[in-house]
Design a protein around this ligand. Structure first.
Ligand code: FAD
Length: 624
């Protein structure tokens, strides 16, 4: 039997589901092969979506009609907008999820995809002809052909679990590792290395002494992740707060040689920004305690996820240190914490489309590229899915997002240029153009591009066209009308009465009044759709800065065409690392933009070179 699909996706995790749904939305006959179909959309670790930087990624995925935001809106049990006291640019939506509800939301979204088939199976081999992917072979020998393949195997490739001195082959607790495929990939001479991550023990809800704990509530008015969700209807719960004690630290220190990481059993690096509890205790010795959030795993679940204490210590030590924590004195562990070490492929071997440089039509996305986190995986899955579909649809354009367009663009640029020597996670600080890349305006930045490339469904297209029309009308009105400071002051809007008139846009950008307040004074504003009030207020506040940032980007792009003289000595460029100098020497790029695209040549290195050219070389001519 000769079974053939346009696109095959291996793995039904967070990267895989976005990849297959995107390819299917773009009209490709798509097959998702995953080890266990009941685990599609499984949250391997923390049952939560979003956070600082990560929340931005989720909004961007949604702007391109991905699944993650819709799924968390249907399953979120504690919505909180992080950094609410700071500006909207660095605020991040986050929600705890009901683990089971999240999975079923993902499954039902996948089931709606008309061009998608889901198959339970383990891919053990790849079919490659003339350096081009042509299909996969399942471990049971079934051959399936395709035009493009996306591998999203997460922590399963050569996965090995560690609990103290105990270790065994596994991709996630209770699930088989992907060993044959790991051997195949290593045989193809991809640059494979090892990374690790870990998870905390899970605790039985009714064994926790909740009465003595401080509790944290959800936001009173939960803000949905998806631009298509009007209101969150899932009941919201509280989570508990506690912290490690002096005794916890003592137990960990005394048993540190039993930790899989500290005993040297694991060689792969772990996520720096999500360290294990033994890492925290050993690295930050001056800290008397570390905070722990006790997050229920669902509305009807008896399992609690203690966020902040992932570990690879032996079961006996986990029992001891858990009981040394306030509120957990009688805690019952339902599932022990563990570390998992797995293969990843250096993402420098990828193009911006996430296609591998060495094998045509083969794409990689998610944890296999050295990232950590559901959102990072989903963002890559979406991009790989779009680009695989473009290939199959014989569109010669690639779907690439720049650093000034999206956090997804920042992430992929970082990965393909710098690689991932340690697990990569998103932070707002990774983006240069934060004022532009806000989580509130992802649709304004990306949905039109998504429509152009055919990845946005009609439902969203219609909603977006309506919203963008309303936004345009509102901005026109705000620029057109002015109000006198006398009138403003007499309506308790804090301006000095100086007889001046100010545009409504200016009043909003000063943050001294809301659209609702101004509508009471100036009823003409009533035609602004209430649903976009908040958006218009934020847009107005940021307008000046965004204009400035757009100008910076424009100048940057112009300067990217700056010629690099052929006799330049790169050693004189102040601040350039030896690695960057070596890269430049090897290729001797002709323009700054060519230098910027060189694998391993970082954005900060481009900046240094750009400054050097500006300051030191006369008669720099721009390439026409
Ligand atoms: P996954 O979600 O792992 O999905 C991989 C999928 O591929 C699975 O469905 C699997 O069945 C399938 N698969 C694998 N091999 C094959 C094959 N040969 N054939 C068919 N199907 C296959 N992230 C954080 O942000 N913070 C953390 O603290 C954190 N801790 C973690 C702790 C643990 C123990 C684990 C396992 C993960 C942790 N993560 C953490 C990572 C997070 O779970 C991943 O980043 C995310 O799930 C990656 O998504 P993915 O789609 O790349 O892979």
């Amino acid at each position: 039997m000769n079974i053939k699909y346009d696109v095959i996706v291996i793995g039904g995790g967070h990267a895989g589901v976005e990849a297959c749904a995107a390819a299917s939305r773009m009209g490709c006959k798509t097959l998702l092969i995953t080890i266990d179909i009941n685990k599609i959309g499984e949250m391997s670790c923390n049952p939560a979506i979003g956070g600082l930087g990560k929340g931005h990624l989720v909004r961007e995925i949604d702007a391109l009609d991905g699944l993650m935001a819709k799924a968390i809106d249907l399953s979120g049990i504690q919505f909180r907008m992080l950094n609410l006291s700071k500006g909207p640019a660095v605020q991040g939506p986050r929600s705890q999820a009901d683990r089971e509800l999240y999975k079923s939301a993902i499954k039902s979204l996948i089931n709606k995809e008309k061009n998608l088939t889901v198959l339970s199976g383990i891919v053990g081999d790849l079919q490659i002809k003339n350096n081009k992917i042509s299909g996969v072979i399942l471990e049971d020998g079934t051959k399936i052909y395709c035009n493009a393949l996306i591998i999203t195997t997460g922590t399963f490739l050569g996965g090995k679990i560690f609990i103290g001195k105990e270790s065994f082959s596994s991709g996630r607790i209770g699930e088989k590792a992907s060993i044959t495929l790991s051997k195949k990939i290593r045989g193809l001479k991809f640059p494979v290395n090892r990374l690790k991550t870990g998870t905390p023990p899970r605790i039985q809800m009714d064994s926790i002494n909740w009465k003595i704990l401080e509790m944290q509530e959800a936001d009173k008015l939960p803000v949905p992740f998806s631009y298509l969700t009007d209101k969150i209807t899932v009941p919201q719960i509280k989570c508990g707060l506690t912290k490690t004690s002096h005794l916890t630290h003592k137990i960990i220190e005394e048993n540190i040689n039993l930790s899989a990481v500290y005993s040297g059993s694991i060689s792969g690096l772990g996520p720096r920004y999500c360290p294990s509890i033994e890492d925290k205790v050993m690295r930050f010795k001056d800290k008397e305690s570390h905070q722990i959030f006790l997050e229920p795993e669902g509305l009807n679940s008896n399992v609690v996820y203690p966020n902040g204490i992932s570990t690879s210590l032996p079961k006996r030590v986990q029992e001891m240190y858990i009981k040394s924590i306030t509120g957990l004195e009688k805690a019952k562990i339902l599932q022990y914490g563990y570390a998992v070490e797995y293969d990843y492929i250096d993402p420098k071997s990828l193009q911006y489309s996430l296609e591998t440089k060495d094998v045509k039509n083969l794409f990689l996305a998610g944890q296999i590229n050295g990232t950590t986190g559901y959102e990072e995986a989903a963002g890559q899955g979406l991009i790989a899915g779009i680009n695989a579909a473009l290939k199959c649809n014989q569109v010669h354009n690639e779907f690439v997002l720049s650093r000034s367009e999206a956090y997804i663009g920042v992430m992929i640029d970082d990965l393909v240029t710098k690689g991932a020597p340690e697990p990569y996670r998103m932070f707002t600080s990774r983006a240069e153009y934060r004022l532009l890349l806000r989580s509130d305006n992802a649709d304004q930045r990306l949905t039109n591009k998504g429509i152009k490339f055919g990845v946005v469904s009609n439902l969203r297209k219609k909603a977006w066209i309506e919203k963008s029309k309303n936004i345009q009308i509102a901005h026109k009105l705000l620029n057109k009308f002015e109000l006198n400071t006398h009138l403003l002051k007499s309506n308790n809007i804090p301006y000095k009465k100086n007889g001046k008139s100010l545009s409504i846009k200016k009043i909003l950008s000063d943050g001294k009044a809301s659209i609702s307040q101004l509508t009471k004074i100036f009823p003409e504003l009533k035609i602004i759709n209430k649903k976009i009030y908040k958006q218009i207020e934020i847009d107005s506040k940021y307008e000046v800065y965004v204009k400035r940032q757009k100008m910076d980007i424009k100048n940057y792009l112009i300067e990217q065409n700056t010629k690099i003289p052929s006799d330049i000595n790169f050693n004189y460029v102040t601040g350039l690392s030896n690695e960057s100098i070596e890269i430049l020497e090897k290729t001797r790029p002709i323009t700054l933009s060519q230098a910027a695209r060189l694998p391993g040549f970082t954005p900060s290195a481009v900046f240094l070179l750009q400054n050097y050219l500006k300051k030191n070389l006369k008669n720099i001519s721009a390439c026409k």
